[in-house]
Design a protein around this ligand. Structure first.
Ligand code: FAD
Ligand code: SF4
Length: 508
């Protein structure tokens, strides 16, 4: 009996469970570029182009490998608008209702497949080092679900950077060594970039015509669109950037969008790269003595720690996770996030870079755009939609826990033991943004004071019932209490002015 084998746009791996369980001689691979997926948030044009071009290249690969592929292009006349619609159409064409699928990375699609009037077998997505069930077993009975402990389990399980049952070098985590600000004169190679081929050019024209008005610059488009290219990007990163990855992991520079970051998340998340390939390579570089332990450990922690942890959490917490709003925040996302005017240089810079590349590194996402949205009390649902739309690597299973949980504290502290908030000091220490800003990071009150300086205390003051008893935040509250009353009033008045301006739609 012929079965349909569904391959989604972020499942472009030859070892995908649905493909491994299928029969090349009788089953038909279904791949579809559908409007519902391209449009449910206003995705960055580079993100749409990456997924569509990588899908078309992958389909070609499958055909070369002997598979029959029923491929629907976005502009095909008889295309239906949804994945389930396409499965039904192909099912009718080939006289079957049986579908093999790999678990999608989003509750919305999982539910659509489960409710489809077809016989859908959903297989686990084994392109991860741990399964959602393993995560839930680990979470069972724990009071706190801290990444660090999950990560240690993953180190033991994979054996990466282990010496027997001990962590290599004697410590599990070298984060303390990884907080150096970067000097502007450091010369670094950029991540590897690729020239679009004919398939990509055709996709770029299509995306320009259909999604040209979305936030984000389409050209120049330079992402890898095949596994071969993504492996070259990994190789380039491992040789040239990994050795200093740890040291400057938290740094931000105006004229350097990527620093030592790998920009491999887009490839990992759509399946062009596998976490095992990446980690094996990192461990090899460390074993060869080319990379210090703080860099190797820092990188491995992101991939087998954070990435696996947030995925486990996404499935563990269930479909309503994205609607959480623990702090009751309801302000609209300021227009500055879509490129509207702002005097805040750090925010303008993070947004400009996001528009140009569909990329910002972790500290820009967490401590600039995320920090400001949290301090300003923006509705976490709107923040979530923004991150999901504007980053090339954004897929809900990874974006939502990072945004709702880590960045906005909207899950009430499952991921973060305290909110990731800071005054302008932190940004000043880790970046060169403040020198070019219309605000002064040194000024703590008054019209010219950095908005982070004002909103930071206002946030803590507003939420004191929630946070004052947190042992890690006690000292901060004591500093606030010790401040003289005039200064406190000036801070709160300044914050009220900024929030009032946001509410009135005025630029901040
Ligand atoms: P590197 O710094 O080179 O890190 C290496 C790899 O580790 C990344 O490629 C990524 O796969 C993984 N990684 C690192 N940090 C995390 C993390 N916190 N969670 C999961 N994986 C991680 N990452 C996404 O892949 N997709 C998202 O949609 C996404 N949204 C985010 C939203 C917010 C608000 C925040 C604070 C973080 C988000 N992240 C997301 C995590 C992180 O910022 C990106 O993974 C990282 O910036 C990708 O760039 P890179 O490949 O250069 O990373
Ligand atoms: Fe950002 Fe404040 Fe520095 Fe301006 S002064 S760049 S707003 S941290």
């Amino acid at each position: 009996v012929t079965r349909l084998v569904l391959v989604l746009g972020d499942q472009l791996s030859l070892g995908l469970s649905a493909l491994s369980s299928a029969d090349k001689s009788s089953d038909i691979v279904v791949m579809a570029e559908v409007m519902d997926e391209a449009r449910y948030v206003p995705h960055h044009p580079k993100k749409i182009a990456l997924v569509l071009s990588a899908m078309r290249h992958f389909a070609q690969n499958l055909r070369d490998d002997g598979w029959q592929v029923a491929y629907t292009k976005l502009d095909d006349q008889d295309a239906s608008k949804s994945i389930v619609g396409e499965l039904m159409r192909r099912g009718q064409e080939h006289g079957t209702t049986k579908v093999l699928a790999t678990q999608p990375g989003e509750w919305r699609l999982l539910e659509a497949l489960e409710n489809a009037p077809l016989t859908v077998t959903i297989l686990p997505d084994d392109r991860f080092l741990s399964s959602p069930d393993e995560f839930s077993a680990w979470a069972e009975g724990r009071k706190e679900l801290r990444m660090e402990y999950f990560y240690r389990e993953m180190r033991r399980k994979t054996g990466y950077l282990m010496e027997g049952d001990k962590p290599a070098g004697g410590k599990w985590n070298y984060d303390h060594d990884n907080r150096k600000p970067a000097r502007a004169d450091m010369l670094r190679p950029a991540p590897m970039q690729f020239t679009p081929d004919e398939i990509t050019e055709e996709v770029l024209d299509l995306v320009e015509a259909r999604f040209g008005d979305n936030f984000g610059t389409l050209r120049p488009f330079w992402f890898a669109v095949t596994t071969g290219q993504a492996k070259r990007a990994l190789d380039h990163f491992a040789k040239h950037l990994l050795p200093e990855f740890g040291d400057y992991q938290d740094a931000m520079l105006t004229n350097d969008k990527f620093l030592h970051h790998s920009v491999l998340s887009p490839y990992l998340n759509i399946g062009l790269l596998d976490p095992v390939d990446i980690c094996t390579r990192v461990v090899e570089e460390w074993q060869a003595g080319n990379v210090p332990i703080n860099a190797a450990e820092g990188y491995i922690r992101q991939v087998i720690g954070w990435r696996e942890y947030v995925r486990g959490l996404y499935y563990h917490e269930g479909p309503e996770y994205t609607a959480r709003n623990h702090l009751g925040h309801d302000r609209d996302l300021p227009p500055a996030y879509w490129g509207g005017e702002t005097g805040m240089n750090c925010l303008a810079h993070a947004v400009d870079q996001t528009r140009a590349e569909g990329y910002a590194h972790h500290i820009q996402r967490l401590m600039v755009t995320g920090n400001f949205a949290l301090l300003a009390g923006v509705d976490p649902g709107q923040v979530h939609d923004w991150y999901l739309a504007v980053y090339v690597d954004a897929f809900e299973w990874v974006e939502a826990p990072n945004t709702i949980g880590m960045s906005q504290f909207a899950d009430g502290g499952i991921i973060a033991s305290k909110p990731y908030v800071s005054s302008g000091n932190y940004i000043n220490k880790m970046s060169d943004y403040c020198a070019g800003c219309s605000y002064s990071v040194k000024e703590k009150t008054g019209e010219n004071a950095c908005p982070f300086n004002l909103l930071y205390w206002d946030f803590l003051h507003r939420h004191r019932d929630r946070f004052a008893k947190n042992p890690r935040m006690g000292p901060i509250y004591r500093t606030w209490e010790k401040m003289n009353e005039d200064r406190k009033t000036a801070v709160l008045d300044g914050a009220a002015r900024i929030l009032g301006n946001l509410d009135a739609g005025r630029a901040v």
